[in-house]
Design a protein around this ligand. Structure first.
Ligand code: AMP
Length: 315
């Protein structure tokens, strides 16, 4: 998709994502994908780039497959000047297995590789980024990356159970520095000790951010904001449409943040509308392995899916 028809980026400035570039191995009850392109930043960028230009900051090892590089380079609108290749290092690799209902996932292995070493540097050319998404990684690393983008008007972080367990205090510190957090309902419950998604979100605002997006998988998402609460259902996907849920969360975040980038707005109403673009992007991701679903959808497919979702969700 070209961005010529998209509204020009408004007052918030360019969008930057940091996170993993991964080599994923995924098993579902009916299929398997070996060593395909994945990682939080790759998924995010693939989705975001469908709506607005996106800058990527990440690190790979020199074992990173040439086909993966070609795939990322082939995504229109993704600026890869912040992608560092570390000599002698191994690329982040992750394996996951889905259970029969495709909602529950077991992590089979996580090999941090270069991600465990020094975090990547944000290039000087990216320092003027106004919108920042801190993809899932150690919260202390996220805080270090945040400090490298001092002009960010809106910084949003992702997290996961692992960090709530092993880096709780660093995560709470990070929450005092960011504007928003995106996490799923079990993580929100784990972090706050509160099961109810709205109450958990409210509790998270107590740590400092302006908003929390609590995702509930096939049941949609809740936005808890200082100015109000909004809900969005998931796209009602038939069983046959769900091939691989990997990356749904990251592409949700990519659609969400890119909508803000292209409208130049970060108020409650814009965030509420951004939830729908996140949902639409996630619905494409789950329809294929790796980045394929979100990357191969045509502009017409995106518009059609958005309209269909708006019809389904009308109240
Ligand atoms: P999602 O399905 O949205 O949770 O994202 C799955 C993606 O996150 C996969 O492509 C993995 O490579 C990546 N991933 C899995 N575990 C981690 C981790 N501990 N840190 C960063 N990225 C991860």
């Amino acid at each position: 998709m070209t961005h010529s028809n998209a509204p020009s980026a408004g007052s918030v400035g360019p969008l930057l994502v940091t996170g993993t570039i991964g080599i994923d191995t995924v098993e579902t009850p009916s299929a398997r994908a070996d060593r395909v392109l994945g990682g939080s930043a790759a998924y995010f960028a693939a989705a975001a780039s469908r709506l607005a230009p996106v800058r990527l900051v990440g690190v790979v090892g020199d074992d990173w497959p040439a086909q993966h590089r070609a795939l990322l380079e082939g995504l229109h609108g993704v600026d890869l000047r912040g992608l560092e290749t570390r000599a002698g290092g191994k690329t982040f690799a992750w394996g996951g297995k889905y259970l029969l209902n495709m909602n529950e996932r077991e992590t089979l292995f996580t090999e941090l590789g270069v991600v465990a070493d020094a975090p990547p540097q944000v290039p000087a050319a990216f320092a003027d980024s106004g919108l920042l998404f801190l993809g899932n990684t150690h919260p202390a690393v996220q805080a270090g990356l945040l400090a490298q983008v001092p002009r960010a008007k809106l910084a949003v972080a992702d997290t996961m159970d692992l960090w709530i367990n092993v880096a709780h205090d660093e995560l709470v510190h990070l929450l005092s520095k960011v504007d928003g957090i995106v996490l799923n309902d079990s993580e929100a419950a784990h972090l706050t000790g509160v099961r109810n998604a709205v109450s958990a979100g409210r509790r998270i605002l107590g740590y400092g951010p302006t908003f929390a997006v609590v995702k509930k998988g096939e049941h949609g998402a809740v936005l808890v904001h200082r100015d109000g609460v909004a809900v969005v259902p998931a796209f009602p996907a038939e069983e046959s449409m769900v091939v691989d849920p990997t990356g749904a969360g990251d592409t949700f975040a990519g659609g969400f943040m890119a909508h803000l980038a292209r409208t130049g707005r970060t108020d409650f109403e814009a965030l509420q509308q951004a939830l729908s673009w996140g949902t639409v992007m996630a619905s494409f991701t789950i329809s294929a392995f790796s980045l394929e679903g979100v990357a191969r959808a045509t502009e017409a497919d995106l518009a059609r899916r958005y309209a269909e979702f708006a019809r389904h969700a009308r109240v």
